[in-house]
Design a protein around this ligand. Structure first.
Ligand SMILES: [Zn+2]
Length: 193
């Protein structure tokens, strides 16, 4: 949820005429602005924008609202997207949405797991790079394809020799479930679900 105080602040700094004026040609009419209503077809303007009230109103079709309402109606945005859109126009960063503690914890765990998986993959890549160096046949093959050692290093090319459990030497715990989760290792009988 975006804090209501932020929305109040945002609206206070916004001029509804600026927002509507991005999409509708407005002409000064006394203290208000007038234009052709973007919500219904008309030849004579009955769409009024009031800077004092910070609202728009159409005497033809009855639409009515403030700057956020306009972005929602005209742009077809949801409330949160309209707030974000308006905040961007005003150069105001939207405050961190209030997240329930359980959700925050879930996100933290997901990030941590992601980092761990990244480590696992980096370690495997390192292992295969070493394997490449150890295999003259693989190096010869790459050279034959026009790939220099420099290119191999830049793109972190590696070599996985033809053997089952080749990664076992790179990981102290070969039965670590992370290896399966990262897709590096397959189990003969995958767990359901
Ligand atoms: Zn209208």
């Amino acid at each position: 949820m975006i804090p209501p105080s932020f929305i109040q602040d945002l609206l206070a700094r916004t001029d509804v005429a600026d927002v509507v004026g991005r999409y509708v040609t407005l002409k000064k009419a006394g203290i208000n602005f007038k234009g052709l209503c973007p919500f219904h077809g008309e030849k004579t303007p009955s769409f009024i924008v009031s800077p004092t009230r910070q609202t728009y109103h159409c005497f033809g079709c009855g639409v009515h609202g403030n700057a956020l309402g306009f972005l929602m109606e005209y742009g077809g945005l949801g409330f949160v997207d309209a707030v974000k859109d308006l905040a961007q126009m005003q150069g105001m960063p939207v405050p961190e949405e209030n997240i329930r503690p359980e959700e925050r914890e879930r996100q933290r765990q997901a990030r941590e797991k992601q980092a761990t998986l990244t480590d696992v993959l980096a370690r495997a890549a390192q292992h295969w790079k070493q394997e490449l160096k150890k295999s003259p046949r693989a190096v010869q093959y790459l050279k034959g394809r026009g790939l220099t050692g420099e290119i191999a290093a830049r793109f972190a090319l590696g070599y996985a020799p033809e053997r089952w459990q080749g990664l076992a030497s790179a990981f102290p715990k070969y039965d670590d479930p992370l290896l399966v989760e990262s897709g590096l290792v397959i189990t003969p009988d995958p767990q359901p679900g």
